[in-house]
Design a protein around this ligand. Structure first.
Ligand code: KG4
Ligand code: ZN
Length: 399
């Protein structure tokens, strides 16, 4: 089977991405225009500004991705675009442009769920093409449990594939803040700049992770497998579904953010935080050295303790779910999967249980379009194309 070249387009949040991927596993180009500088003064993504920045960036970013891949608009075989979840206005920019290209070039159009993209970022770098053109993952054993942990999501999915049809079952999600959101809010709260995740990642090794004790909410679930036949509290249908569904493993990260705030108040850290915020605002692009120079031991200990609590909670809950569902392989992806301590802890703890764990490279952990083009490839093989009237789905679920 000849190679298929897919142009991927991603615009769900604050990165405008375009990439060309060959047959789901060869990244020929991957361009990401980040809007961090635009949103930095606000300490978070401003949806209206994000849409405008996508509009500005989309044409040059796609042009650059094609040029870097040695491809042209005419030479690619299909166009893939993120349908959701994400910011509606931001998604519409990528979708409108992808539709215009597909229409003008008479190419098939493929709609991709952003979360499926994050999962396929793992496959993209691990799988190989077989002689008959299909893809195989040298050591992939099912069922796979995928933790997608980003600024918008902390979700656990059981993933299966049959004849290039990937299906997903959600067995856990955050009840409030996503893990990346907690990193970013704590970063903002401590006057460290935006986004907090990568900064905390770099500062944490400089502090003592045992210095401050944080408790993360443990969500109690009725283990739905415990329901016996004839349980009157559930209707027949609900009971059948519950037995089929198995237990749920949810997360909650808004409490730890409040706990950090309380610590800041009790320890009277506000003046130092405000001084740091102002000093950093005066530097055009603060480096890690700048931030480090403005951080004292107590701050470094606080950051290290926060990160340790987050990492431990993510790893413990994911491995508990892995055991409950007897999974054979673990994937960890999404922006927070770039975190060094999270990777090291997953590798160590999953290793102790003999469970293989895979991550995308750090560059492909955060939002990019190569993952969208990669997730589109099995759909391309199945000829799963969308009609020209398909629309953005800001709250799109992954199934
Ligand atoms: O996947 P992503 O680029 O966008 C979403 O889909 O949300 O994830 C962005 C999130 C942000 O919250 C950012 O702070 C976090 O991922 N992040 C990190 C690291 N790099 C990015 N969090 C912790 N450690 C990192 N190294
Ligand atoms: Zn993402």
């Amino acid at each position: 089977m000849p190679d298929a070249y897919i142009l991927g387009i991603e615009s769900s949040c604050d990165e405008t991405g375009a990439a060309v991927v060959r047959s789901g596993q060869g990244v020929l180009s991957n361009i990401v225009a980040s809007q961090i500088a635009t949103h930095q003064p606000y300490g978070g993504v401003v949806p209206e500004l994000a849409s405008r920045e996508h509009l500005r960036a989309i044409v040059p970013v796609v042009r650059q991705a094609l040029a870097d891949a040695g491809q042209t608009y005419q030479s690619v075989d299909a166009i893939a675009v993120t349908q959701g979840p994400g910011l509606a206005g931001a998604l519409l920019v990528g979708i409108s442009y992808a539709k215009a290209l597909a229409f003008a070039l008479e190419k098939p159009l493929i709609a991709v769920n952003h979360l499926e993209g994050h999962i396929h970022a793992v496959l993209l770098e691990q799988q190989r093409q077989s002689e008959n053109g299909g893809l195989y993952f040298p050591v992939l054993d099912f069922p796979v449990l995928a933790l997608v942990v980003s600024g918008g999501h902390t979700h656990l999915y059981l993933a299966q594939v049959q004849e290039n049809l990937w299906t997903y079952r959600n067995i856990g999600h955050t009840r409030d803040d996503a893990a990346g959101e907690a990193f970013d809010k704590v970063g903002k709260l401590l006057g460290l700049g935006y986004p907090g995740g990568p900064i905390i990642d770099r500062l944490a090794p400089l502090g003592d992770p045992e210095a401050v004790k944080f408790q993360i909410a443990q969500i109690k679930h009725r283990d739905r497998r415990d329901h016996k036949l004839g349980d009157r509290t559930l209707g027949d249908h609900a009971q059948h579904r519950a037995e089929e569904d198995g237990p749920q493993f949810d997360f909650s990260y808004s409490g730890i953010k409040t706990a950090v705030l309380r610590y800041v108040e009790t320890e009277k850290l506000k003046p130092a935080i405000e001084a740091r915020r102002q000093a950093l605002a005066g530097i055009e692009t603060p480096t890690l050295e700048d931030i480090r120079g403005l951080s004292d031991r107590q701050l470094l200990n606080l950051v290290a303790s926060f990160q340790r609590s987050m990492v431990d909670d993510l790893v413990v809950k994911t491995l508990t779910a892995a055991r409950a569902y007897d999974v054979r392989t673990l994937f960890v992806s999404g922006g927070v999967a770039a975190n060094r301590e999270l990777r090291a802890t997953f590798e160590r703890e999953a290793g102790l249980e003999g469970l293989p764990v895979f991550f995308p490279s750090r560059a492909l952990s955060t939002d990019n379009a190569a993952m969208i083009a990669a997730a589109a490839f099995p759909k391309f093989l199945r000829r799963e194309f969308v009609a020209m009237d398909f629309c953005a789905d800001a709250g799109m679920a992954l199934r």
